[in-house]
Design a protein around this ligand. Structure first.
Ligand code: TMP
Ligand code: ASP
Length: 237
């Protein structure tokens, strides 16, 4: 399957039409940004690594009966995915407190949460993806009540699948961000990507950060961390 026309370019990926009407090709780039695009760089091989990592994770999701947009990995940077309309919500789950929540509430990073925290942000770079709640999403019409219920149920299931998967690999799933899309028949499916760009992964033994925080916080060894996540996921095969 060939890429035809680029219809969208995001910070880390490009979207192309292809000969299938009901599908798009997602191309993973090496570009990395943080703080809503303020910090920019290229992380060598990131596109290939995130494509490979996301592929393994989407296949694990399918095994767990989570509906996703993923169809097929075409080559080392391109994935064929079902065409969906992205719901403009960044859905976050936190198992341990870190990042923006640690800062906002002045809680030490790494404090375990007594229950998985479910957060919604409005996906809008200009506004800095502000935190919202389900009432805001309903009031503005981002999603219906039943869509929001489906999204929450799927998200908490996805958390369990990911948490158990990474636990087996010696990794703590601290938190993650996912996005959902709607297919032409109205089905809500997990979309976008799941990778070290969109999750916080800490090594269980050493506590070493194996995710994009290495780039956000100038910790070095960014590519090595992504390679390590792929290496461990490949042991599942
Ligand atoms: P946060 O603590 O900065 O709010 O991030 C929570 C999770 O969401 C973390 O795993 C990183 C991920 N994330 C994204 O995928 N995209 C983003 O733009 C941001 C800010 C966070
Ligand atoms: N998505 C954010 C940005 O574009 C990056 C992040 O912190 O993950 O800058």
């Amino acid at each position: 399957m060939e890429k035809l026309q680029m219809i969208y370019e995001g910070k880390a990926k490009q979207l192309y039409t292809c000969e299938r009407e009901d599908a798009l090709i997602i191309h993973y780039k090496d570009d990395a940004t943080a703080f809503n695009g303020v910090k920019k760089a290229q992380i060598e091989h990131k596109g290939m690594l995130n494509n490979a990592i996301s592929t393994i994770i989407f296949k694990e999701m399918a095994k767990a009966n989570i509906p996703t947009h993923y169809l097929e990995t075409l080559n080392d940077r391109d994935q064929l995915c079902r065409k969906v309309t992205i719901i403009p919500l960044e859905v976050i789950v936190r198992n341990l407190i870190a990042g923006s929540m640690a800062k906002r509430l002045n809680i030490p990073e790494g404090t375990p949460s007594l229950k998985p925290i479910y957060e919604l942000c409005y996906k809008d770079d200009e506004l800095g993806d502000p935190l919202i709640n389900e009432d805001h999403a309903l009031a503005i019409g981002f999603a219906s009540e039943s869509d929001l219920m489906t999204i929450k149920t799927l998200t908490l299931q996805i958390n369990e699948v990911l948490k158990n998967l990474f636990d087996k690999l010696g990794i703590i799933l601290v938190d993650f961000k996912i996005e959902f899309g709607k297919t032409s028949d109205g089905t809500i499916v997990l979309a976008d990507e799941i990778s070290p760009d969109t999750c916080r992964f800490w090594d269980k033994e050493t506590g070493m950060k194996l995710d994009k925080d290495r780039f956000r916080r100038d910790l070095g060894q960014v590519e090595d961390a992504y390679q390590e996540i792929l290496r461990r996921l490949e042991t599942l095969k």
